[in-house]
Design a protein around this ligand. Structure first.
Ligand code: DON
Length: 306
């Protein structure tokens, strides 16, 4: 396993076309694109890593997997009256479908869907308590109390909130957002601003590898049925309008973020996190996808076989 990872990291170091770093906020635009890290955690807790796997980066949309899991825990299937579970085929921050579909986002992983999900989590909470709940859950699944919000990233998202604010207000106009939009956005920007390393992220994904149970800590996080369903949503919607391409090339449930991270789950086999800040045209990590493609070629871990 370590040999495979080292080979992948060596190959990635040679790549000259590394994609383009997200530039919609200065905090992401200033990140050095030459970085690459990858971590793999097996169900028994054995860990392998290469490159800068211990450097914290902004997990951005990968947080949507965790907030969906929290929302399912709180309101169960009632979440599906607030968001759908179909691929959108549109960019992550698109607004067009919302008008045709009465303000109900296609799935929980596009921005509109994640905003609706965090609004659901806020029920019965003060905004600060919601932030604490999200961070506490991520620390719990990662089994790591050191994970934190990067408040500069959250602040910067707030300053550049026009598109996400539009999505939230548009949904609110259909009566689909229950809390003040500013509070919902504050929670959404904080979840996106969680900073984690590949090692922490791979550990946080472990419960999705073994039917909802973190085999390393012995803690059950969700039922087997729920883990299967979250994985299937990641496969179909985790890379926005690039989800088909990711399934074709990698064939694993995966969730990307504009910080350049990807969490990929090989059910029964491993939790994998990869980070390289350069993005492709759709907003998914370019080298991250290429590294995962190499990994499944070496391991045969794609859910679709070799
Ligand atoms: O809402 C945004 O625009 C960002 N904070 C997160 C989006 C994101 O990561 C989409 N990923 N590819």
């Amino acid at each position: 396993m370590q040999d495979i990872l080292d080979k992948i990291a060596e190959e990635m170091a040679l790549r000259t076309d590394r994609g383009k770093v997200a530039d919609y906020i200065p905090q992401l635009a200033s990140i050095d694109p030459d970085q690459f890290g990858m971590a793999i955690v097996l169900p028994d807790g054995r860990q392998f890593s290469a490159g800068c796997a211990d450097k914290a980066f902004s997990i951005q949309s990968i947080s949507k997997v965790f907030t969906l899991t929290i929302a399912l825990g709180k309101i169960g299937d009632a979440i599906w009256s607030r968001v759908g579970r179909e691929p959108s085929g549109d960019p992550f921050n698109s607004i067009v479908q919302l008008e045709h579909e009465a303000g109900k986002p296609r799935n929980p992983f596009i921005n509109a869907g994640a905003i609706a999900v965090v609004d659901a989590i806020m029920m019965g909470h003060k905004p600060k308590e919601t932030l604490a709940e999200i961070l506490q859950f991520v620390r719990f699944v990662a089994n790591d109390e050191s994970i934190f919000f990067d408040s500069r990233v959250a602040q910067s998202e707030l300053l550049h909130r026009d598109r996400n604010a539009s999505l939230a207000h548009f949904m609110a106009s259909f009566g689909r957002i229950k809390h003040p939009v500013e509070n919902v956005l504050g929670a959404y920007f904080h979840q996106c601003a969680i900073a984690m390393s590949c090692t922490q992220l791979a550990n946080a994904g472990l419960f999705l590898v073994s039917d909802g149970m973190n085999m390393n800590t012995g803690v059950r996080v969700v039922s087997p049925q729920r883990a299967r369903r979250i994985n299937s949503l990641m496969l179909m919607c985790g890379h926005y309008d690039g989800s088909g391409e990711f399934a074709y090339r990698v064939g694993l449930p995966g969730k990307s973020g504009v910080g350049g991270g990807i969490l990929a789950i090989a059910p029964g086999k491993a939790s994998i996190a990869v980070w390289s800040p350069g993005l492709d045209d759709i907003g998914n990590s370019k080298l991250g996808t290429e590294a995962l493609e190499l990994l499944v070629q070496h391991t045969g871990w794609s859910i679709f076989g070799h």
